[in-house]
Design a protein around this ligand. Sequence first.
Ligand code: B1M
Length: 211
Amino acid sequence: MKELHQKISEGLVAADLELVKQLVEDALDKGVSAIDILDNGLLIGMDVVGKRFKAGDMWIPEVIRCSKIMHASLDILRPHLAEGDIKATGTVVIGTVEGDLHDIGKNLVSMMLQGAGFKVFDLGTNIKPQDFVEAVKTHTPDILGMSALLTTTMPKMDETIKALNEAGIRDKVKVMAGGAPVTQAFVDKIGADAYGANAAAATEKAKALVA
Ligand code: B1M
């Protein structure tokens, strides 16, 4: 089975869409769990992509192709990640902050929250503080989740919390923040309620916030 995981991660790095989709289907058919395929195949591949991108060994078009494979694979895994007899746990509004187009991690968090029974309103990417505020007013969620992947967009999380305060609704919603450059210290500094290091941790934190 280790070989199958490796083929998935290598296929992702090689940007071979059809191969990866087939391997993901094969793994599910063989009884490998969706979370196992994700953690030990796809995310290992994305990690390699990230390192090569940083080192200048991969360029944006290649990274976009790998991201598309990640999205296509998540589409295949989604029903398996959300399976089970799930009762409504709470409501979450989630989005990637203004100026930031990264959505793979946010989508993963969103999927896992849905798998845990949360009703999720996903606003997408490049969401302005005021649009988060409007979505909180409209959907009255238990939790507002913000994702940022760029150090330059992290301050938008702070701005969004300030906008919630200005709108007089900060005390009506718990705020969770995450994304690769986000840390517990940053979350504490901006006055958010929880930090999610990864999708699984975010789901546990979300459950604790509504308990
Ligand atoms: Co971008 N990019 N990118 N990129 N990109 C990074 C983030 C970077 C670290 C790469 C690098 O240099 N090593 C770097 C940021 C550097 C920095 O700010 N310090 C970077 C850069 C610089 C850029 C551009 C500026 C490049 C350019 O144009 N010159 C540009 C910016 C565009 C923009 O947003 N305005 C850009 C563009 C892109 C692509 C479009 C090519 C593509 C995004 C495609 C897409 O998302 N649809 C892309 C990608 C794919 C990456 C890397 C390679 C992978 C990100 C990813 O999807 N990881 C990334 C390098 C890296 O992170 N290693 C990189 C997999 C994902 C599952 O993990 O998103 O961390 P992650 O999510 C995790 C946790 O963080 C957490 O849970 C998730 C699941 O476990 N989490 C939360 C996330 N959100 C959460 C919310 C929560 C809780 C937990 O609560 C609500």
